[in-house]
Design a protein around this ligand. Structure first.
Ligand code: FAD
Ligand code: FES
Length: 251
């Protein structure tokens, strides 16, 4: 289904950690409901203001007209988003992209593996899996301390996390936390190096692995070729053909 563009009202914005924000907006277009792994292009600034391009942010959670984005403040675009408060409006284009196919996960034992802000789309994924009667195990890796992790407890089986700093959880990599062979399918989002290692572990155990790729995006709807990635079948756009791909196709 094609993405739509509209002005949406901000319901709330919370600071979850120094550079992590949870932004909730109203999304009442029931003909275009967002699904796990899809994203929106966000813009809270004028057409003639910098930055020139809108910013892609994943669906963190959606329910009953409340759409949530979990994001990290990195540069000009996300700094502007971080200034939004309840009652403000912003322009959303979406829901965009091919997300996770939750129906195809039926009957499979699933591990969901996230790294840092790459955990953002995985909450909606775990919610949709739980709703379909198939709670996944969730493994997350963070640099220092975890954030936005507690809500996963209600919608997952096992939940475990690691930190690079060792300040909390397992001191080490997220890939230390699970045995790929215990699962039928592994779904992952995070830094590319982490996803490559998750995919390697899955391949060694003969387990299918789907990855959600990140590329800088301009249009977000497959019109500009700005987000092309190389796949075994030739070049594809991450915004339209992805962001979710089979790991074997892209790594
Ligand atoms: C499909 C998709 C979904 C995404 N979902 C989320 C999400 O849910 N939460 C979230 O926090 N971020 C998400 N991102 C990344 C987010 O779009 C970028 O962090 C954001 O555009 C940075 O914009 P900025 O203007 O704040 O920073 P900029 O000034 O543009 O950049 C600041 C720094 O971030 C790096 N950066 C910029 N864009 C990207 C990118 N696409 N990938 C990796 N590094 C980037 C730049 O190289 C630079 O170092 C997603 C990206 C894609 C493609
Ligand atoms: S961002 Fe324009 S084609 Fe993907």
């Amino acid at each position: 289904m094609s993405a739509v563009c509209c002005e949406c009202r901000v319901l709330s914005q919370e600071v979850l950690a120094q550079d992590i924000r949870l932004l909730a907006v109203e999304w009442t277009d029931t003909a275009h409901l967002p699904h796990a792994g899809q994203f929106y292009m966000l813009r809270s600034w004028g057409a003639d203001e910098a930055p020139f391009l809108s910013r892609p942010i994943s669906v963190h959670a959606y329910e009953n007209g409340r759409l949530e984005f979990l994001y990290q403040v990195k540069g000009q675009g996300t700094e502007k988003l971080a200034r939004l408060t309840a009652g403000d409006t912003l322009k959303l284009t979406g829901p965009a992209g091919n997300g996770f196919d939750v129906a195809a996960c039926a009957g499979k034992k699933i591990a969901v593996v996230g790294g840092g802000i790459g955990t953002a789309p995985l909450y909606q994924l775990c919610r949709e899996l739980a709703k379909a009667g198939n709670k996944a195990d969730f493994f997350a890796g963070y640099r220092d301390l975890p954030y936005a992790l507690e809500p996963f407890e209600a919608v997952c089986g096992k939940v475990a996390f690691s930190t690079d700093s060792g300040k909390a959880g397992h001191h080490g990599f997220v890939t230390d936390l699970f045995e790929a062979g215990d699962y039928d399918l592994i779904l992952t989002c995070g830094p590319e190096i982490m996803m490559k290692n998750v995919a390697k572990k899955a391949a060694a155990a003969g387990v299918e692995c789907l990855v959600s790729l990140e590329k800088k995006m301009a249009c977000g709807i497959g019109a500009c070729l700005g987000c092309t990635c190389h796949t075994k079948e030739g070049p594809k756009s991450v915004c339209k053909n992805g962001p979710v791909f089979n790991a074997k196709e892209v790594f």
